[in-house]
Design a protein around this ligand. Structure first.
Ligand code: HEM
Length: 220
């Protein structure tokens, strides 16, 4: 949020209350991917910001890391996104980190996880829920700071960090795409970019709807 606040301050100084936080986030997401070696795409602009903010509503709309392919598919379909969009967008986990609380159950209860991978993660993510909940591990253990298709080959060697990642290779509806993306990075890049545009177009506020926030972390 500090990065977004910083961008927002500079945009406001140049042009008062004109560019929404939603548009800034969409452009920053694209530029972050490009900076880390991933594809570029044109971001449709003109979104406005919500006049409300709700943690519980956001969480009830977002998929959970405990989801299987059926739940994930339904969750994406509810927003007009296809199975291909879902598998391509999951490749966003080629960068970034997760807290232990979201992958602990996978470490200690699942068998489709590479043994050495699980052992090294357990060092900072103990079985007991009384400690380590916020310890971080990279979502892509192979190239954590580069935007590439290693996320998919990780799944093929049982090195997905989240349950919702690893299930993609164990389900007939998604396994073929995982294998394709693991070997065809240009196809992954193209499908990811197209799916980012579709995800960014989910029910935008336009025209007289919503507001242009002055601070991205609160409504006006
Ligand atoms: C398929 C359903 C998805 C699930 C269940 C999911 C779940 C998660 C979880 C649990 C985390 C860790 C959050 C934390 O520890 O605080 C995470 C992080 C992340 N996710 Fe997802 N995610 C999904 C889809 C996506 C999509 C579509 C994208 C973008 C295209 C994405 C990009 C990221 C990134 C970049 C991070 C790292 C954030 C950071 O390091 O600060 N995820 N995701």
């Amino acid at each position: 949020m500090n990065v977004i606040d910083n961008i927002k301050a500079q945009v406001e100084a140049a042009c008062k209350q004109t560019v929404s936080c939603a548009d800034i986030l969409a452009v920053a997401a694209r530029d972050s991917v490009v900076a880390l070696g991933g594809p570029s795409w044109t971001v449709p602009l003109g979104r406005r910001d919500s006049t409300t903010a709700s943690l519980s509503l956001a969480n009830s709309d977002l998929p959970a890391p405990s989801f299987d392919v059926a739940n994930l598919t339904a969750n994406f379909a509810a927003k007009g996104l296809s199975v291909t969009d879902m598998v391509a967008l999951s490749g966003g986990h080629t960068i970034g980190q997760s807290q232990c609380r979201f992958f602990r159950s996978r470490l200690y209860n699942e068998t489709n996880i590479a043994v050495a991978f699980a052992t090294s993660l357990k060092a900072n993510c103990p079985r007991t829920t009384s400690s380590g909940n916020s310890s971080l591990a990279p979502l892509d253990t192979t190239t954590p700071n580069g935007f590439d298709n290693a996320y998919y080959s990780n799944l093929m060697s049982q090195k997905g960090l989240l349950h919702s990642d690893q299930v993609l290779i164990n389900d007939g509806r998604t396994a073929g795409l995982v294998r394709t993306y693991s070997s065809a990075s240009a196809q992954f890049n193209g499908d990811f970019a197209a799916a980012m545009v579709r995800m960014g177009n989910i029910s935008p506020l336009t025209g007289a709807q919503g507001q242009i926030r002055l601070s991205c972390s609160r409504v006006n």
